[in-house]
Design a protein around this ligand. Structure first.
Ligand SMILES: Cc1cc2nc3c(=O)[nH]c(=O)nc-3n(C[C@H](O)[C@H](O)[C@H](O)COP(=O)(O)OP(=O)(O)OC[C@H]3O[C@@H](n4cnc5c(N)ncnc54)[C@H](O)[C@@H]3O)c2cc1C
Length: 452
């Protein structure tokens, strides 16, 4: 029979901020737990209406995967949760409201009884001067823009006769030798080999790829043994230079400044650490030294029991008091436990701490090579690469999405990656761009008239 609808004031409203691994999985867990509770409403606010599978982003950049293979529609994944595509503008902790805005709805104020921060992190651009000149590698747009840019450099170099400009176009620098930096680097080096056959005037040894790491070794997240294997595998590739203990001092247009050298490169990719979402900066909450919200082991804020934080924006202590790392595998598991703890809090039951021992860590080096430490067992080469791929296939939500992945991966085994750029210009922008190119060319030829 039709149960009476509870009045709006008596509804417990749970608002989750952020549609990444942490936010989506927390909302997913809660929609299951509260499935029969009409007096509980769950809202999820995020800038994009998709969950980005970041571990697959490298392959989108190299064209092995289509964009849709690494973005999962939040609406189709969550059934009962109300999804709002909007940006979080302000949070009033005393009034317990969140102000969100989007082009479609302009501004809207959301009341909450429980608020979950799952706003993730951004690339840290404050460490190195001129970081805004480098490409970041965090979002789907980052991957597409970088791909377009790399292909554009290859096209330019193919027709460029000036040796210096050609060298600059064919020099690629990745700053940061952590897992993400190394994976971008590995995929990039493999991509170069695959597309080079279409550029008859570019020799492979003209392409220079530099990986710069400030620390003493690359991949501090994994064992020294696996990290040095990775460095060996990558260094064997043509044109590859890996430098450790090489902090970048600054970036200027087309140049990376090291202590003893200036590298001229028109492609500079920054992957040197992250900072928590700036939305948190103004909130008067306890933070760790990096600005992440400090929560207890149940992921609840000590000062305000209605606030919770998970994923990259949270500092969650492990049983030894150390914060858990910024990894998707942690974010997803934290999310499940935070969902259960909020359910317990609403019901007045005891909460449980989040305790998780990393099952393993994996990285792809491109060319069907990888490294992995699974259950403490170090793996390398094809096996590690295959395990990584299979793992991400299994954790990818929704069967249609997995089928899509398998099809695209299978095709990529037999076909070369597509070389076409993704045209992001409108017709008007395209005309403006070519008018500008023509103007510059006219100015150049007026300054250097051809001898008669
Ligand atoms: C290229 C890359 C590869 C990676 N590979 C791996 C891997 O192989 N294995 C692994 O374990 N981890 C990997 N990671 C790390 C992993 O992606 C993160 O740890 C994980 O995404 C953290 O999840 P999160 O939900 O906390 O944050 P995010 O996934 O960053 O999600 C945050 C969400 O909040 C939204 N948001 C932020 N601010 C606002 C705002 N003001 N208003 C509205 N919405 C907002 C964002 O749009 C985003 O949807 C990788 C990361 C990158 C960048």
């Amino acid at each position: 029979m039709n149960a009476e609808k509870p009045n709006l004031e008596s509804i417990t409203q749970i608002v989750v901020l952020g549609g990444g691994f942490a936010g989506v999985y927390a909302a997913r867990r809660m929609e299951k737990l509260f499935a029969r509770r009409d007096d509980v409403q769950i809202l999820l606010v995020s800038r994009n209406n998709f969950l980005l599978m970041t571990p697959l982003l490298f392959e989108v950049c190299s064209g092995k995967l289509e964009m849709s293979a690494c973005s999962i529609s939040i609406r189709t994944f969550l059934r009962r949760v109300e999804f709002i595509e909007a940006s979080v503008q302000a949070i009033d902790l005393d009034r317990r409201t969140v102000l969100v805005s989007s082009e479609a709805t302009s501004q809207r104020e959301l009341r909450y009884d429980h608020l979950v921060f799952a706003l993730g992190s951004l690339t840290n651009t404050s460490r190195i001067d001129g970081s805004e000149l480098a490409f970041t590698f965090k979002t789907l747009a980052d991957a597409i823009l970088l791909r377009n840019h790399i292909i554009e450099r290859m096209e330019r170099a193919e027709v460029e006769s000036d040796t210096n400009l050609r060298r600059r176009d064919l020099t690629f620098v990745v700053i940061g030798g952590g897992l993400v930096g190394v994976e971008v680097f590995g995929e990039l080096s493999a991509f170069m080999d695959e597309v080079l056959r279409h550029y008859r005037r570019i020799r492979r040894d003209e392409i220079q790829l530099h990986l710069l790491e400030a620390g003493e070794r690359i991949m501090p997240e994994i064992s020294e043994q696996l990290a040095s294997y990775s460095a060996r595998v990558l260094s064997r590739r043509v044109g590859v230079t890996i430098r450790t203990s090489a902090p970048v001092e600054r970036i200027t247009p087309g140049c990376v400044h090291l202590k003893d050298e200036v590298l001229q490169a028109s492609t500079i990719i920054l992957s040197a650490g992250t900072i928590p979402s700036p939305t948190l900066a103004k909130l008067p909450l306890e933070k760790d030294r990096r600005g992440k919200i400090q929560v207890d082991a149940t992921m609840r804020c000590k000062q305000r029991p209605e606030l919770w934080a998970v994923g990259d924006c949270a500092s969650i202590p492990d049983p030894d008091g150390r914060p858990y790392p910024e990894l998707a595998q942690h974010a997803m598991r934290e999310a499940t436990v935070v969902g259960e703890n909020i359910y317990a809090a609403v019901n007045g039951s005891p909460l449980r701490p989040f305790v998780y021992k990393t099952k393993g860590i994996m990285a792809s080096l491109g060319y069907y090579r990888g490294v992995a430490a699974a259950m403490g067992i170090p793996l390398r080469g094809f096996l590690a690469w295959w395990i990584r791929r299979s793992y991400y296939l299994l954790v990818t939500p929704r069967m249609p999405q997995r089928i899509r992945l398998v099809v695209e991966w299978t095709l990529a085994l037999f076909l070369y990656p597509p070389l076409s750029k993704l045209d992001l210009n409108t017709e008007r922008e395209m005309l403006r761009r070519y008018a500008e190119i023509e103007r510059l060319a006219r100015e150049k030829s007026a300054a250097n008239p051809k001898p008669v």
